[in-house]
Design a protein around this ligand. Structure first.
Ligand SMILES: [Zn+2]
Length: 271
């Protein structure tokens, strides 16, 4: 069984990349899967149209680009949403406060109803590892999705952080409100090159080489956000993944490479 929203939900915000106003209109659908619509082009959610970049996960079809879908997709995963029409203007999902919490609250207000759509489950049946330089992801068989995530940035205030996310019901208390993070000097460089123009201390946990610039919501907010990103990147594949994942410093590009491998190995035998 899948789900859609009961009522339309309208969100207005800025795009973290463009810095321009963007809108997202979420409309119910009884069937047909999750579809994004922008500039008259419909883009179904799934690996076929995903183009990851290090700064975010994007959808592209016929030259139409929809950026930064990962936090939204994490909420879709949590709520088991399978059928929706998502109308986007401005080419990006609103960044909101940089976490998933405001998106989640909007969905909660909209309500949820069941559809007849069967969720596509991807079950990892044997251990798999994917690595690139010092980045890695190990997938082990498990009945539910569990994530053991580590980051290690000894040269800045993030230092080493680890979180074990084992139970879906902990998503709201531990993961959803963790914000995107960034080094202010990197953000300034990105701004100078016309990127991340919407990134501000209102939507990014910011730090310099020695300390946080704004107040973290959790001591380990950054690693919590990495889990949010990974959950979103997994669900963006169109599959609800069942596995225990051990992840180290993965990027959106690497997450995408990993889920492609898992789908290649286990997708056909999953339902
Ligand atoms: Zn993120």
């Amino acid at each position: 069984m899948g789900f859609t929203v009961k009522n339309e939900i309208s969100l207005v915000g800025v795009g973290i990349h463009s810095g321009q106003p963007v809108t997202l209109l979420i409309r119910p659908a009884q069937s047909g899967g999750i579809r994004f619509v922008a500039q008259g082009v419909t883009i179904p959610l799934g690996l076929r149209y995903i183009v990851p970049q290090n700064l975010g996960t994007n959808l592209v079809r016929e030259g139409v680009l929809i950026k930064t879908i990962e936090h939204l997709c994490a909420i879709l995963w949590y709520l088991q949403l399978t059928d929706l029409i998502l109308e986007v203007t401005g080419g990006e999902i609103p960044i909101m406060d940089g976490s998933g919490v405001l998106l989640y609250e909007a969905f909660k207000k909209g309500g949820r109803v069941a559809t007849k759509t069967q969720r596509k489950i991807l079950t990892v049946r044997e251990p798999v590892h994917i690595f690139h330089k010092d980045i890695f992801l190990i997938a082990l068989p498990a009945k539910t999705l569990q994530v053991n995530y580590t980051i290690n940035f000894p040269q800045n205030p993030l230092k080493s952080q680890n979180i074990v996310f084992k139970r879906k019901r902990d998503f709201l208390s531990t993961i959803v409100s963790a914000r995107t993070f960034g080094n202010v000097e990197d953000v300034n460089k990105l701004h100078a090159s016309g990127r991340a123009l919407g990134a501000t201390v209102e939507n990014v946990l910011a730090y310099n080489s020695t300390e946080y610039v704004n107040e973290p919501r959790f001591d380990d907010e950054a690693v919590r956000h990495k889990v949010l990103d990974l959950l979103g990147d997994l669900y963006a594949s169109g599959y609800d993944v069942r596995a225990k994942l051990i992840a180290y410093k993965t990027s959106h590009t690497f997450n995408n490479k990993s889920i492609r491998k898992l789908v290649r190995l286990f997708g056909a035998r999953s339902s």
